[in-house]
Design a protein around this ligand. Sequence first.
Ligand code: M6R
Length: 605
Amino acid sequence: MCGIIGYTGPLSAKRVLLDGLSQLEYRGYDSSGIGFFDSDFSVKVIKTTGKVARLKELCRDVPEEVHCGLGHTRWATHGGVTQENSHPHQAGRVTLIHNGIIENCHQLTTDYHLEGKLRSQTDSEVAAWVLDALYDGEPLSSIRRLIPLLKGSYGFCILFSDHPGEIYAVRNVSPLVAAYTRSGSVIASDLTALIPYTRSYTVVPEGFVVKLTPYRMTFYDEEGNQTNAETMEVNWDTDSARKNGFPHFMLKEIHEQPEALKNTILPRLTQGLPDFKADGIGDELFRECSRIRIVACGTAMHAGMVGRALMEPLLRIPVQVSVASEFRYEDPVIGEDTLTIVISQSGETIDTLAALRLARERGSRVLSIVNVKGSTIARESDYVLYTHAGPEIAVASTKAYSVQLAALYLLLCRMALVRGKMTREEGKEFVKDLLDAVPAMDAMIGQSDVIKTVVRPVVSRQDAFFIGRNLDYAFSLEGALKLKEISYIHADAYAAGELKHGTIALIADQVPVIALATQDSVFSKTISNVREVKARGAYVILIAKESAPVETGAADAVIRIPDLHDRFTVFPIAVVLQLIAYHASVLKGVDVDQPRNLAKSVTVE
Ligand code: M6R
């Protein structure tokens, strides 16, 4: 969850590290710090609680002539948000930053008699002291001796005080990408920090140690042999990780959705039908499975819920969705006949990764829908369908959700064709309807000001409810998550017909109810439920199709979406729900892009 960066080279390390931390701040923003070789070759550390902006203030006097250092932005796990618990941690000749969790830190504390030495409550400082105890002046072999002692996940970047100008790094599960460029060597937890310097990068292989100097980057395998690692190309540009005139990343990313959708769909069409040959996915995968499990977390799981609601009725095979963190406790019935679809924007979510591993252990083939190229989930899956949303920086997921849906719709269509549940003509019609969703999203982005006006009365409320039936219910789950995570208004989604079984007791004067009624087959039933809450004083925002017959007075505000086939209304709906949350957050004056307690990439269980 933490953001880490290391740099050694001719540029000002202070600039590279602080700029990099600003790019990485979305990974964690409880505290931040840098460690660097000063002009007298000693290692200095500056760290503070709070955002990177505060660290920048504290670093004003760090000379530009500093050329090698590490930077860290923290999402607290072990130990509270204090300066002592901030990274880097120093232990003897070792200065270290860490992303991940060392599960056996207490045992290591005992084994290495560290009780009197530790200044923080962090597992990371324990690792630093153990490494210092193992250190014999030879960084590579010392790190290799450390690796088998550690249980858990880690991405470490390390300075040894007697090796100025050098950075060493190693990882297990937690991501690290590195590059040697004309401007020096740079390593980070995330590509966004690398793209100002290079388009080529290497995902540090797990268990390998990498040594960075201003002149080269060298990889060493598990046996300590110098080796090569695969170089990859970044598939997005520097601009995509900047705000480009938008006040918030979230708003920018909402606006990017129509383009992202096209980028994900169009390259996968042959003669108007989905085709995954270029992704290396053959039709036998779809023909041979007799059940589907979808596993993901948060927003990605909500995309899966939409996928499920479409797949089972059309494909006529059981399709189940599981929250990744619960998957192993379900002791799932899966085997060779199961296709497991794993969905993850970052490709690093540890719960999702653990579920993927369990599914593969049980013989299931795993197809993942992932946004970040070369991520752990992508590399461990049997098949990968990359979404092409570009980097998503706002913690609240927006464009990643839309492209995950687009990928699921393409999969659904191909599976239905292969399994004889759709003719080619029906398939082409399906794809055409899917593409019609692109201008429909644009149309709703154009309604932003209207949405802002109808959201105003919601902002002063403590609770809000999202209701809908069938697909609308699946969509409303995401609406509730979006609202609560960035506006801190408690929000829940309910199947509209379920309210009368208890929840309607909470509906009172002016309680906001966002009602989704975009499914023709259940429209009148949902409207009946809207009447029930309206009669009890709720403030109702109704979202319905352009041509839907809504009586005057049925709701306090009606947001109309373009008339699409029922299956595809999620795309304009997603924009509406995202804008409801966005405006609520802005009107409340809270941090839209970095909501409290959250981080973008969740690499702890
Ligand atoms: O990177 P992932 O898609 O695996 O992340 C899963 C969730 O943590 C993520 O979707 C989260 O719920 C969103 N940030 C919410 O907006």
